[in-house]
Write a protein that binds this ligand. Structure first.
Ligand SMILES: Nc1ncnc2c1ncn2[C@@H]1O[C@H](COP(=O)(O)OP(=O)(O)OP(=O)(O)O)[C@@H](O)[C@H]1O
Length: 327
């Protein structure tokens, strides 16, 4: 394990920001801290970085107790949402900064900066000022700067949060590819479940200062530990007392299938490649998502009488067939 977070708690006044958090972050992986706003993700990241101190508990980085070490001694690279570059220095000098203050030989610095700028696809912009870069390019420069000093761990706090959706998506793919090349242990904070599911090897779900679940994207999506994780990781709907994903439901137009309940379609919405069908079943409105082809083959309309059931393969799997109490 590369980072061990042991019994970490943190209060701000009376407010409990982290409540006895325990997480083991594996070496060489990309781990997401995922959760709603105010849940404690940034606080945990800042404690790992040494920018904030825990009230109790311990942080180990690569087997070394880092709890009382200054940020400089932890050998971590850090990138924030709003990256503060040195405005008067070129992109290359910004990236070189950490190496210059460590008094590395000039040739080594030149070579390393060139290598890093190539890695983040900014080699042609080496002589520009940060103000002459786009937001996405500036965040890539920030990553190059953080990587320059060869950190043991790279900590990213919503690094793409301030960018528009399309650039975010591009940078997310790029971060994954970059990580596959450099393999530095990376922890990144996000409140965007899609970002975490797409990019991370492992996800730590944090809510109200507590860890709700730790696991691979597949494990969290398919076998959520509780309702909170299930709701946070993707769309949900209720059928009777069961919480399910809308794409795990089926609509049948024939009668009397086992496990199916009758209902009437009240609304049909097309959202890109999927069709969202709302069915009134007793006193519930159940959302079912279908592919366009499924939808067309069923010849459905508002007012159609249908049967709704959990897809048999899902109903038989343990993770999704939980029966809930009060939701
Ligand atoms: N220095 C501080 N003083 C007082 N309260 C703080 C301080 N820093 C954080 N908090 C509070 O601690 C809680 C957790 O904050 P934190 O920034 O860790 O959440 P987060 O999960 O990263 O949220 P977001 O996604 O909005 O950044 C919040 O309620 C926040 O208001």
């Amino acid at each position: 394990m590369s980072i061990e977070i042991v019994n970490v708690s943190k209060r701000f006044g009376d407010f409990v920001a982290l409540d006895n958090v325990n997480v083991s972050i594996p070496a060489g992986q990309l781990t997401a801290l995922l959760g709603p706003s105010g849940g404690g993700k940034s606080t945990l990241l800042r404690i790992i970085a040494g920018l904030e101190t825990a009230d109790s508990g311990r942080i180990e980085i690569e087997g070394v107790d880092a709890t009382k070490l200054s940020p400089q001694k932890r050998n971590v690279g850090f990138v924030f949402q709003h990256y503060a570059a040195f405005k008067h220095l070129s992109v290359a000098r910004n990236v070189a900064f950490g190496l210059e203050i460590r008094k590395r030989p000039k040739d080594e610095i030149r070579e390393r900066v060139h290598e890093l700028l190539k890695l983040v696809h900014l080699a042609q912009f080496a002589d520009r000022l940060p103000s002459q870069l786009s937001g996405g390019q500036r965040q890539r420069m920030a990553l190059a700067r953080a990587l320059a000093v060869q950190p043991t761990v790279l900590l990213l706090d919503e690094p793409f949060g301030a960018l528009d959706a399309k650039v975010r998506k591009e940078l997310r793919d790029w971060l994954r590819r970059l990580h596959d090349e450099v393999h530095v242990t990376t922890v990144f904070v996000t409140h965007d479940q899609e970002e975490a599911l797409e990019v991370a090897d492992e996800i730590v779900v944090i809510n109200e200062g507590r860890v709700e679940q730790i696991g691979s994207p597949d494990a969290l999506y398919d076998t959520p530990a509780n309702d909170f994780v299930m709701r946070f990781l993707g769309p949900v709907t209720e059928l009777g007392d069961r919480l399910v994903r809308p794409h795990d439901l089926q609509l049948l137009t024939g009668g009397g299938e086992s496990g199916a309940v009758p209902g009437r379609i009240t609304r049909i919405t097309r959202v890109g490649f999927e069709i969202r069908v709302v069915v009134a079943v007793r006193d519930q409105f159940v959302t079912v998502t279908l592919t366009r082809n499924e939808f067309l083959s069923l010849d459905l309309h508002v007012g159609s009488e249908v049967q709704v059931r959990v897809a048999p393969e899902v109903a038989n799997s343990v993770g999704q067939s939980r029966v809930l109490g009060a939701v």
